[in-house]
Design a protein around this ligand. Structure first.
Ligand code: CP
Length: 358
């Protein structure tokens, strides 16, 4: 296995920055760690005495619990720095005296005393300005001497994508000729970033799958992400296609991943210096959402997928909006497997980025 390139690296735009071979190594390491955990084999030597700092600007169950459990199982220690209880880290130009602390100082200080910094930020804490949270995490990386890990920003959710690729490998044995559908689905909440859908078109395209992206008008993703998906498909011999029909996308699919995200048409607008010139329009967004309530994953649509096809979702799912109970609780659903694999994905990321090469 080729692991030299991992040590000390950041995990931020990981679908773009890590090669297909590196993703395969991460999947192998995660599955090895999963086996060791199941067999009760001690692997606490891997990150013995190392400290992971986490900062959640948004709520979390899976990411928070699995990073905390994962570092402990690797012999390390976890400190949750709750923004608001610490001085909230802020980018230059967004500071409030004695309430915030400039990121360059926070990142340099934590680098002296710990071994990695993991951050989640999107939506309200990033003012609904697309890219603001991603830039915030990159500002940490600029000043940090230790790896910075993106636990979901407004552009990508790469730890989720890794866990999902592990799940695909387990269910299908590989990626070639596997049809993967990333689809928009309705929710009563419009407060959802592009992170999951963007990561979950990029990662399967990178791994060489046949990816179909389905969404109603108004729910397009970042054009640069779509371009990268086409590039990856060319490089790997996979394919990438888009459609405005959930039913068309589901036909003969091996995997469907119906999930809600917000409409970029209603996000905040910024000027050329990144300053907000128009607020987000959540009422306009809601009207668009309500016109697309029929984008729900139900038993009728699941009849269109292959008999061996599976239903995936990152969770939390909005039941009776994104998906019906009989689908998410049914035999084709692998959502709890995906959530479990967050643990093994995060352990692989931490072991390779934070671990010693001796
Ligand atoms: N899928 C996911 O990231 O879950 P949490 O929001 O609970 O961390």
């Amino acid at each position: 296995m080729k692991t030299e390139s991992f040590n000390g690296k950041d995990w931020i735009d990981a679908e773009l920055d890590f090669t297909k071979e590196e993703w395969e190594t991460l999947i192998d390491v995660a599955l090895d760690l999963k086996r060791r955990y199941a067999m009760g084999e001690d692997h606490t030597h891997l990150l013995k005495g190392k400290t992971l700092y986490t900062m959640f600007f948004n709520q979390s169950l899976r990411t928070r619990s699995t990073f905390a459990a994962g570092i402990q199982q690797l012999g390390g220690f976890h400190v949750d720095l709750e923004p608001g209880k610490t001085y909230t880290p802020a980018r230059k130009g967004y500071e409030v005296p004695y309430k915030t602390e400039r990121i360059c100082d926070v990142a340099r200080m934590l680098s002296r005393v710990g071994d990695a910094i993991a951050i989640r930020m999107y939506g309200e804490p990033a003012q609904w300005i697309y890219g603001f949270a991603n830039a915030t995490i990159k500002e940490f990386a600029e000043y940090s001497d230790v790896p910075v890990i993106n636990m979901e920003c407004d552009k990508y959710h790469p730890t989720q994508a890794l866990a999902d690729m592990i799940t695909v490998k387990e269910k299908f044995g590989g990626f070639k000729k596997v049809k993967f559908v990333m689809s928009w689905a309705y929710s009563g909440s419009t407060h959802k970033p592009f992170a999951v859908p963007q990561s979950l078109v990029l990662a399967p395209a990178k791994m060489g799958m046949d990816v179909v992206f389905a969404r109603p008008k108004g729910f397009e993703l970042d054009p640069e992400v779509i371009k990268k998906c086409h590039d990856f498909a060319k490089e790997t011999g996979g394919s990438f296609a888009e459609t405005e029909s959930m039913e068309d996308a589901f036909k003969d699919a091996d995997i469907v991943y119906p999930k809600c995200w917000g409409s970029g048409d209603y996000f905040a607008q910024v000027d050329e210096n990144g300053k907000k010139i128009k607020n987000e329009d959540l009422d306009g967004m809601k009207t668009l959402f309500d016109a697309n309530k029929h984008w729900i994953c139900d038993a009728k649509k699941m009849k269109l997928v292959k008999p061996s096809g599976i239903y995936m979702h990152c969770l939390p799912a909005d039941r009776d909006m994104e998906v019906t109970d009989d689908v998410i609780d049914g035999p084709q659903s692998v959502v709890i497997d995906e959530a479990e694999n967050r643990l093994h994905a995060h352990k692989a990321i931490m072991a390779l980025l934070m671990g010693s090469r001796i």
